[in-house]
Ligand binder design. Structure first.
Ligand code: PBG
Ligand code: ZN
Length: 345
């Protein structure tokens, strides 16, 4: 360190009354931040279009494209309209879409979830016919198809675990039969990965991977989605099957169990309040990790941007880069189309 002279010291004393030694740092981190190409050269995390999955909300009918108020830019749409957007998605270089179905009729057995002509099965067949290269991820859950809006069979006001497994397994097989490239169970019933893996295997779909929503929290950030998917529970909430946001170790147990049961990809959901879980999951397993940047995370950014309070592009890229830096390989996000177009230019 450079010595300060008596003259310099007395000058400092004169100005403030205190003696302030002059310090010259040995290591200057700013050296590598001084030029854009240098910053780019040492950048550690790179967001890629191929890692993104874009969700679709599919309804029955024709010519339907209904905006979801709380999610600007996102629509409920009939298959014909969805196919138009799928073309746009493919042209942007995105490789995958995630399908949520909103059936015409809901019942207590979630018939629409596993029926051969269910909305997701139809949409999957049409997508694979028109865009064979585009990967279709099928959300495997029952809430959109149940009249009570819960993710499993309900009896006497409780969500039953084991009877739900059979319907979930049936749903996954019908989705695979329709051509789904990845099965993504989001229900949080115990043992569903094993049940689904076994059902897929015995029906000749041993090569269809499972992306398990392993650590899915009971989150307030699903609010806008429930408007989009018309899947809000009609009584109670989902705290008896989705995880308590306060728990971290439990998330790792969920992930371990899903891996033992045969998951190919494990997921943490939502993403931004749970970056610690993503990071710990990264240390726990060598499997690919997915993170779901959920509807509420999207709506908050869109609302602030619409008010001119934040720079949308900058904030979206920062959020998704953060999720990637935490350890996620795959990100499901409603921002996918925007990000793909930004990364192109
Ligand atoms: C349904 C399901 C939900 C989401 C994905 N699948 C909502 C819920 O569990 O209530 C949330 C996605 C989002 O908020 O974007 N099992
Ligand atoms: Zn559900």
């Amino acid at each position: 360190m450079k010595e300060t002279t008596t003259a310099e010291r007395s000058q400092g004393r004169k100005a403030s009354g205190f003696e302030i030694p002059r310090v010259t740092p040995d290591m200057r981190m700013r050296r590598l931040r001084s030029k854009a190409p240098l910053r780019a050269m040492i950048r550690e995390t790179h967001l890629r279009t191929e890692q993104l999955i874009y969700p679709f909300f599919v309804v029955e009918g024709k010519g339907i494209k209904t905006p979801i108020k709380s999610m600007p830019g996102i629509h409920q749409q009939s298959i014909d309209q969805m196919l138009k957007e799928a073309e746009e998605v493919a042209n942007l270089g995105l490789s995958s879409v995630l399908l949520f179905g909103i059936p015409q009729n809901k019942d207590s057995q979630a018939t629409g979830a596993w029926h051969e002509d269910g909305i997701v099965q139809q949409a999957t067949r049409e997508l694979k016919k028109r865009f064979p290269e585009l990967m279709v991820v099928a959300d495997t859950c029952l809430c959109e198809y149940m009249d009570h809006g819960h993710c499993g069979i309900v009896h006497d006001g409780t969500v039953l675990n084991d009877p739900s497994l059979e319907i979930l397994a049936r749903t996954s097989v019908s989705q695979a039969a329709a051509g789904a490239d990845i099965i993504a169970p989001s229900d949080m019933m115990d043992g569903r990965i094993a049940a689904i893996r076994e059902a897929l295997n015995v029906n000749g779909f041993e090569n269809v991977p499972i992306m398990a929503y392993s650590a899915k929290y009971a989150s307030g950030l699903y609010g806008p989605f429930r408007e989009a998917a018309e899947s809000a529970p009609q009584f109670g909430d989902r705290t008896s099957y989705q995880m308590d946001p306060a728990n971290g170790r439990e998330a790792l147990r969920e992930i371990e169990l899903d891996i033992e049961e045969g998951a190919d990809i494990v997921m943490v959901k939502p993403a931004l309040p749970y970056l610690d879980i993503i990071s710990q999951a990264r240390a726990l397993t060598k499997l690919p990790i997915a993170a779901y940047n959920v509807s509420g995370e999207y709506s908050m950014v869109k609302a602030a941007a619409a008010n001119g309070w934040i720079d949308e592009k900058r904030v979206v890229l920062e959020c998704l880069t953060g999720i990637t830096r935490a350890g996620a390989d795959i990100i499901i996000t409603y921002h996918a189309k925007d990000v793909a177009s930004w990364l192109k230019n």
